[in-house]
Design a protein around this ligand. Structure first.
Ligand code: MTE
Ligand code: CO
Length: 427
C-alpha cells in the first residue's frame, strides 16, 4: 500500500454502502474554488433565479419548521440485516452531516426494544415505591411544579455503539460505526429532588427504573448515582421530548450506558440490592475470553471519531481541507483530542471549538492541506481523568473478541488518492 509503508491495512469486510463517489478532484484553488470570470459567466451569479421571481411562502404557512427540501438526504438510517424486526432495532444518527455539538431532535438515533410507545401525557404517571417513607404517584403537571428545574447538555451513547466492529472493520460509514450517540439539552428535575420528596429509607441503596413501553425496560442503578446527577426529564432542545426519545418522560443518567436512560419512564422503585433484570445479566454484560462476563460496566469511556472525512463524506477537493469530529467521555470533560493523518506515526492536537462541557459531546477540527496522497485518519480522545482512548488492539488484549458492548477503540479511515474513504483497521 503505497504511502503507508509496512502498515497492515485491513479493508472493511462488508461494503454494503458504497461511498458516494468522490468525483473529480475539482480544483486546487482552495475554498470557494470558482474564480470570477475563470471560465465564462456563472449563471448562479448572472441569472435571476426562480426563487427571486415570485413571492415565497408567507409566515405560518409552515407552522412547524422543517429543513430545506435540499437537505432530505440528511436522515437517520438503519441497517436492515442487523435486527429481525424494526420494533426491536436501531436507527443511526447521520454524524457525517452534522456540525457543532447539539444533535437536532429529529436526527437523534433511536433504539427501541418494543417500538415507540405513543403516550397520552394526561394519562401518564410516575410512581415511586419501595423503600421510601411516602410512596408517590406524580402527574407531569406535578413534576413541572417542583423547584430546582435544570437544563443540562449530555451525550447518550448506546453501549452497543461500534459493537459490530469488535472483530474487524465492518460498516462503511461513521453513521453506522458510531451513530448510536446523540447530544441534546435536557430539561427536567434532579431525581434527587423527587427521592427527597418521597424520603428514601436508610436501607434503600438501589434504584430500579421502569419504562412504560411494551418492553417494560428495567435497569438497576446505585442510589449514589441517582442522587449525584440523574434527571427526570420532559424536554429536549427546548421542547417536549420526541416520542422516539421517551415522550412524555425519560430518565437521564449522564455518562452512563444509554440503556439505563429509561424512556417513557413510569416507575422508580427503591430497593436494598440490584434486581438483576434481563438487561443487566444476559444483555449489557461483556463476555471475556475466559468465559467470565463483566457486569455493571455502567460508565462510557472516552471515545472519539472523525466524522469528516469518512466513508459517507469523502474528500472532494485538493488543497485546504477541514478535518472534523466529535469526542466524549462518561468520566468527565474531554481535555484534548489528537489526530493523525498517517495512521499514528505523527499526532497533532486538534482544535476543540464551542462548549467543552463534561459528559457532553465536544466538536474538534484540524485543518490540513490535501495533495491527493493516501491518508490513514484517526482521532484519540483524552479526558480530564487522564484516560486515553485505546486502540482496538489494546482493547482486544484485555477484553478478547467475544464482546459487543463498550467498544471505544480508535477508528481508522483510509482516504484513497481519489478522495474516497473506507473503514479499515491497522495494526
Ligand atoms: N427505554 C425503554 N423504555 N425502552 C427501550 O427500548 N432502549 C434503551 C434506552 N431506554 C429503551 C429505553 C437503549 S438500549 C438505549 S441505547 C436508549 O434508550 C436509546 O435512546 P434513544 O432512542 O433516545 O436514542
Ligand atoms: Co442501547
Amino acid at each position: 500500500m503505497s504511502g503507508n509503508g509496512d502498515r497492515l491495512v485491513q479493508l472493511g469486510r462488508r461494503r454494503f454502502l458504497g461511498a458516494a463517489g468522490a468525483g473529480a478532484v475539482a480544483s486546487a484553488l482552495g475554498p470557494g474554488a470558482t474564480r470570477a470570470g475563470a471560465s465564462g459567466p456563472d449563471p448562479a451569479i448572472t441569472e435571476v433565479q426562480d426563487w427571486a421571481r415570485s413571492l415565497g411562502d408567507g409566515v405560518a404557512v409552515r407552522p412547524y419548521g422543517k429543513p430545506s427540501t435540499f437537505e432530505k438526504h440528511v436522515i437517520r438510517r438503519d441497517v436492515e440485516w442487523l435486527t429481525a424486526s424494526r420494533e426491536s432495532s436501531v436507527s443511526f444518527t447521520p454524524l457525517h452531516q452534522l456540525d457543532g455539538v447539539i444533535t437536532p431532535s429529529g436526527l437523534c438515533f433511536e433504539r427501541h426494544h418494543a417500538g415507540i410507545a405513543e403516550i397520552d401525557p394526561a394519562k401518564h404517571r410516575l410512581m415511586i415505591n419501595g423503600l421510601v417513607e411516602r410512596q408517590m404517584v406524580y402527574t407531569l403537571e406535578d413534576l413541572k411544579r417542583f423547584p430546582g428545574r435544570v437544563n443540562r447538555v449530555h451525550f447518550l451513547e448506546c453501549v452497543a455503539n461500534s459493537g459490530m466492529e469488535w472483530r474487524g472493520a465492518q460498516l462503511n460509514g461513521c453513521q453506522f460505526t458510531h451513530g448510536m450517540v446523540h447530544n441534546v439539552m435536557y430539561t427536567g428535575v434532579p431525581l434527587k429532588t423527587l427521592l427527597e420528596h418521597c424520603g428514601v429509607r436508610a436501607n434503600g441503596k438501589w434504584v430500579l427504573a421502569e419504562g412504560g413501553d411494551a418492553s417494560t425496560m428495567t435497569r438497576s442503578l446505585p442510589l449514589e448515582k441517582a442522587l449525584k446527577d440523574c434527571l427526570v426529564v420532559w424536554a429536549m432542545n427546548g421542547e417536549a421530548l420526541r416520542p422516539e426519545q421517551g415522550y412524555p418522560l425519560r430518565l437521564a443518567v449522564p455518562g452512563w450506558e444509554g440503556n439505563m436512560w429509561v424512556k417513557w419512564l413510569r416507575r422508580i422503585e427503591i430497593g436494598d440490592q440490584p434486581w438483576h433484570q434481563r438487561e443487566e445479566t444476559s444483555k449489557y454484560t461483556d463476555l471475556l475470553a475466559d468465559g467470565r462476563a463483566r457486569r455493571f460496566t455502567w460508565i462510557m469511556d472516552a471515545k472519539s471519531v472523525v466524522t469528516n472525512p469518512s466513508p459517507q463524506a469523502p474528500i472532494r477537493h485538493k488543497g485546504p481541507a477541514v478535518l472534523s469530529g466529535i469526542a466524549w467521555s462518561g468520566r468527565g470533560a474531554i481535555q484534548r483530542v489528537d489526530v493523525t493523518l498517517d495512521g499514528g506515526r505523527n499526532w497533532r492536537h486538534a482544535r476543540i471549538d464551542g462548549s467543552a462541557l463534561p459528559l457532553s459531546l465536544v466538536r474538534f477540527y484540524a485543518e490540513f492541506d490535501w495533495n491527493g496522497e493516501e491518508l490513514l485518519v484517526q482521532s484519540r480522545a483524552i479526558d480530564d481523568t487522564g484516560y486515553v482512548q485505546p486502540t482496538k488492539d489494546e482493547l482486544r488484549k484485555v477484553r478478547g473478541t467475544n464482546s459487543i458492548y463498550h467498544n471505544n477503540g480508535i477508528q481508522t479511515w483510509l482516504v484513497r488518492t481519489s478522495g474516497e474513504t473506507e473503514n479499515v483497521e491497522i495494526s
